[in-house]
Design a protein around this ligand. Structure first.
Ligand SMILES: NC(=O)c1ccc[n+]([C@@H]2O[C@H](COP(=O)([O-])OP(=O)(O)OC[C@H]3O[C@@H](n4cnc5c(N)ncnc54)[C@H](O)[C@@H]3O)[C@@H](O)[C@H]2O)c1
Length: 439
């Protein structure tokens, strides 16, 4: 039975721990936690049902002596160090996306993998979502892919949440082009079986942040905390999980979960437009907006034999009020595999103009469009999380879609975002080869 340790005992790690305590209990057992915050590790002890060994970042090498696999779910900028040290130590790694945030991190992980002592899995759960898997299966129907348009809309509930905590600091998250778009860039790399070659990006912080608030004449606001009646503030005490994980541990490390989205200090973008050229000739126009009134995405893939269109409405409208509870429920839904679809359907007005749901269309040249039914899986990400966990814990076996991802996939997607950031900084198109793209 393999021994598992967890680095980062925040929101995301719970999905992995629950899997190990439930369906994969025969396979391995949790033995240790590593975090900067004792309150969060104690919360995880309660989830585990008994106290496990606790380590702070300085004693990570001791943790590595105690385990066979480490699950890394700490803030993005810390991944490379934890991943590479584990690999060198012969400990297998399951790392959350993004694999890392900068070129140095990519190199560090590659060098550690070259030692051949252990294996790395990067958990790209979006690949496993049934609708995204179906797109992969449909690609041969449209011939050779020539271009893609891809728009991702984050709403004023989920999107705003990136501006409250560590993600708002580009040095910690790489900005949304790395932190969030790594999912989307990976999907396209995988769908097209191709790699990006050149990236040109424009964008900036246009909505959140103190300067935008001043420019739009918003009255001064407290830099954190809950403002009754204000849809942009959250009450971290309104949701039990948020309170226990973050509010109750704040005094230990100053991790503030409810910073005002219109306060000073945000260094990431909220509006991004990117053009990407791929090695085999296809191109993509991609955009990400973080303050939309609804949440979801639209993808169109053009090929020499037709076109695939995927339209997904994850939340039809962001309702004001109770944002703390909404965020709590949303993170529980995303990270714990709880299906909130029925409740969200009701709250978002299923009878309205925009309705929660998925529409996948295939249209081959000279033929009418066909609506492709998307199977509804149970649990998080339409059943995708369960399949991802199966691959992560059991190893990928006989998957014709090759959804399990490793270093090369993790690197290709983050390097696209890193090139995008470089393009934002310099104003020019950035070749991936300038960034030392491996493999
Ligand atoms: N695949 C997905 O859909 C998905 C969803 C959510 C989060 N994630 C990823 O999971 C990771 C964690 O995100 P989260 O939402 O759980 O964040 P979080 O802030 O809830 O948790 C992060 C935890 O890491 C701890 N931490 C901070 N610095 C640390 C350090 N130096 N060493 C060890 N621990 C440290 C914090 O105390 C906290 O407990 C991120 O990389 C994120 O991108 C992925």
């Amino acid at each position: 039975m393999r021994r598992y340790a967890f680095v980062g005992t925040g929101s995301r790690a719970q999905m992995y721990l629950a899997a190990l305590l439930g369906p994969y209990a025969e396979l391995g057992r949790p033995v240790a936690f590593c975090d900067t915050n004792e309150v969060r590790m104690a919360y995880y002890d309660r989830l585990a049902g008994s106290p496990l060994s606790h380590y702070d970042p300085d004693s990570y090498d001791d943790l590595l002596k105690q385990c066979d696999v480490v699950v890394v779910a700490s803030p993005d900028h810390t991944h490379a160090d934890y991943v590479s040290r584990a690999l060198r130590h012969g400990v297998d790694v399951i790392v959350e996306k993004p694999m890392t945030t900068d070129q140095a991190g990519v190199r560090q992980i590659r060098e550690a993998l070259d030692s051949g002592a252990a294996e790395l899995t990067v958990t790209f759960n979006y690949r496993y979502s049934p609708r995204n898997s179906l797109v992969k299966q449909l690609i041969p129907e449209i011939g050779e892919v020539t271009s893609v348009t891809f728009e991702w809309c984050l709403d004023t509930v989920h999107g705003a949440d990136y501006f409250r905590r560590w993600h708002r600091d580009k040095a910690m998250s790489g900005g949304l082009l790395v932190h969030k778009a790594t999912h989307h860039f990976d999907l396209v790399n995988w769908w097209l079986a191709d790699r990006p070659e050149v990236v040109f990006a424009r964008g900036g912080l246009r909505f959140y942040g103190a300067e935008n608030a001043r420019r739009r004449g918003l009255v001064p606001r407290p830099s954190r905390g809950f403002l009754p009646g204000d849809p942009f503030s959250i009450d971290v005490t309104a949701d039990e999980r948020l309170r226990e994980l973050y509010h109750d541990g704040e005094h230990l490390d100053g991790y503030v979960r409810d910073r005002d989205v219109f306060s000073e200090g945000i260094t990431i973008e909220d509006n991004l437009n990117v053009v990407i050229g791929y090695q085999r000739g296809a191109s993509m126009s991609y955009s990400l907006h973080a303050h939309c009134p609804w949440e979801g995405y639209r993808v169109a893939i053009n090929g020499t034999a037709g076109r695939i269109e995927l339209e997904v409405v994850e939340r039809a409208h962001a309702a004001p009020g109770g944002a703390g509870a909404t965020i709590g429920a949303a993170t529980a839904s995303a990270n714990l595999g709880i299906d909130l679809s029925a409740a969200e359907e009701r709250s978002s007005g299923a009878e309205g103009v925009r309705v929660r749901g998925t529409r996948l269309t295939l249209q081959r040249h000279w033929e009418p469009a066909r609506l492709i039914p998307v199977p509804a899986g149970a649990g998080g990400h339409g059943g995708g999380d369960a399949a991802l966990l199966r691959d992560a814990f059991l190893g990928a076996r006989d998957d014709p879609l090759h959804r399990a991802a490793g270093f090369a996939d993790g690197a290709a997607s983050v390097l696209t975002g890193i090139a995008g950031n470089e393009s934002l900084r310099t104003g020019r198109a950035v070749l991936l080869e300038e960034l030392d793209l491996p493999g």
